[in-house]
Design a protein around this ligand. Structure first.
Ligand code: ATP
Length: 263
């Protein structure tokens, strides 16, 4: 099954246009085996999609193709029915990178969060309203005047997220959002994602418990292909499938008896 709607309210106005419509998408570096080969996927409004797979499976590459940072070797991506072109800014899409040092570069946190909306050509008052809205949603008001390079890794992650949300994207892509987060920041991120109002999100993560808590659909990528696509607990409780692709069935899905035996 490839169509899961979390929120019947939003889907009931009959959105027949997928958020993302990916067909026959391939990508390879010259002289190397394909990183992705003929991927076909549709992402629908209301979906929170976890992308899982071993190191090197092509998750980051897949994201770069979706936001037009790199050019497909063949195939195409439609974002709300309009082709994604390499290098073209699409305000409907926001991306949170794995490494925030690539994303934060302004003298203060406030300037960094304002950077995106300012570059969208919004007037000053609207930019300020959005910055305030993002600060409140993420709960980072106290960081506003700090220089981003002085922040801890977890604080940087939240500031980067505020910068993305201030652009009010409809689709947000997260690359390893919980890596290096302590339990408190991880929990805060889960809470933020679980109440977020975007149309859809794509989240690559090795933190499978996090994926279980947040996602309504899971796509397992390996060897350049979609290996499985469907309900998160169905896919992740298939221990043989998970092991075959360098992953482990999350502990919370191991039945109580089995856990007992393993000890
Ligand atoms: N510039 C490059 N030249 C050649 N190969 C590359 C280049 N960049 C990435 N690759 C290869 O492409 C493959 C996919 O990498 P990608 O970063 O998309 O994987 P990933 O699933 O995000 O991995 P991880 O879970 O480790 O973050 C890897 O085998 C990687 O070595």
């Amino acid at each position: 099954m490839s169509h899961h709607n979390l929120n019947p309210k939003t889907s009931s106005h009959g959105s027949t246009v997928p958020v993302l419509d990916i067909s026959e998408l391939s990508f390879y570096y010259p002289g190397r085996p394909p990183v992705l080969e003929k991927i076909n996927l549709k992402i629908w409004q209301g979906e929170r999609v976890g992308i899982i797979g071993p190191n090197g499976a092509g998750k980051t590459t897949f994201f770069m193709l979706n936001c037009g940072v790199i050019k497909p070797s063949s195939g195409r991506v439609l974002l709300y029915d309009k082709p994604v072109k390499t290098g073209e800014f699409r305000p409907e899409l926001g991306m949170m990178f794995q490494n925030q040092d690539d994303q934060l570069f302004c003298p203060s946190v406030k300037d960094d969060v304002a950077f995106g909306p300012t570059n969208m050509g919004l007037d000053k008052r609207e930019v300020e309203a959005r910055v305030q809205e993002a600060f409140t949603a993420i709960g980072i008001e106290e960081l506003a005047e700090r220089p981003p390079h002085q922040l801890s890794g977890g604080e940087k992650r939240l500031v980067a997220l505020a910068g993305v949300l201030a652009m009010r994207p409809k689709l947000v892509i997260y690359d390893e959002p919980t890596s290096n987060l302590d339990l408190r920041y991880r929990r805060r991120l889960i809470n933020i994602l679980n109440v977020s109002a975007q149309d859809a999100m794509l989240i690559a993560s090795h933190d499978l418990e996090f994926v279980l808590e947040v996602c309504s659909r899971v796509i397992l990528l390996d060897n350049g292909a979609v290996i499985a696509d469907g309900n998160p607990s169905d896919i992740m409780s298939d221990a043989a499938l998970m092991n075959k692709h360098g992953l482990e069935k999350p502990h919370s899905l191991v039945p109580h008896m089995e856990k007992h035996h393993a000890q």
